[in-house]
Design a binder for this molecule. Sequence first.
Ligand code: UD1
Length: 375
Amino acid sequence: MKIISIVGARPNFMKMAPIHKEFIKNYPEVKHLICHTGQHYDDNMSKIFFEQFGLSEPDFYLGVGSGSQAEQTAKIMIEFEKVAINEKPDLVIVYGDVNSTLACSIVAAKLGIKIAHVEAGLRSFDMTMPEEINRILTDRISDYLFVTEKSGIENLKREGVDESKIFFVGNVMIDSLITFLKEADNSEILKELDLIGKDFILVTMHRPSNVDSQEFLEEFFNLLQSFSKTTKIVFPIHPRTRNNIEKFGINVNSDVILTEPIGYIDFLSLLKNAKLVLTDSGGIQEETTFLGVQCITIRNNTERPITVEEGTNTLAGTNLEIVKDIINQRLNGEIKIGKIPEKWDGKAGERVCEFLMRILITNRINKLDSIVIKL
Ligand code: UD1
């Protein structure tokens, strides 16, 4: 049996790694191949993750690089179609909500290849986000939908997806986090950046809706500057954000510690040891909830509501005056006590592979009622 997993952008790699390892460990009958589209290509956005996860080079590297939404999606489709036609996989696994996810799903669907979507069903209900379009369309044409939190099941059912296609397996990204937590404890990054545990703010910011606005970016750096007088702030800068800082000529001559994008293990160490995290990322809302670290999400919506309902995440919106008040509350000890969501237990990858094998090998999809998750 031949399965191809599609990865392309930074948040895909930690979701695919546990599934790849599980196939190697427990399913020798499966030839699991990795196709990297090249959506992210800088070493510190891509290669370092393969190295740290102990993955070999991808079996296929499409090298598409950056471009407009249409250019990037189209290039991935053209290149992946050649791979899919040559390889004739039994199944394609796609992850998350990036352009590579949608592009390869469309190709597979039109070639009649089965598709499994890992991290299905999440919805921000904000169609101005490219990711929301990617999520909805990918789910619509996927055959097997692996869900991380219960909102995903509800969203899919509301959209008319048959229950037999939905599998509540938990969060594969948390599998990676649990696997690498020990290594993160040995990281030297706190020492290198002269930080003390639980005494600094960690910041990430890269959504076009935030960082493509000069006004927002300027105000955001002013906000950080005001807090950096009393609390250390570390901000690994995404390439999109760095490009915009240069393009807008924003003065970042401040006390904020700006770094290049940081590899997985060191970033995990920063996350675990931060007093507070400010972000507009999707995955970081989940990682902080698992770690019990306070998180303020600077967005108007989240596709991961469980991190707010059960976790330590606060959805603050993008009004930076309001964000400032919430930061003050958190720094002054008014914190959110959270709990770890159901099935975020390090075994999601095992469940994905087990379900897939039962479906593909025994073809018993109709008899799977007992494992299709009941609400
Ligand atoms: C993409 C995903 C987003 C995800 C994010 C994680 C989509 C629509 N967006 O956004 O959901 O949260 O990845 O990082 O798929 N660049 C580099 N080097 C790289 C990669 C990108 O310099 O290795 C620069 C380029 O200028 C590029 C820009 O960053 O134009 C944006 O990259 P792109 O992949 O288009 O989108 P992201 O903002 O990274």
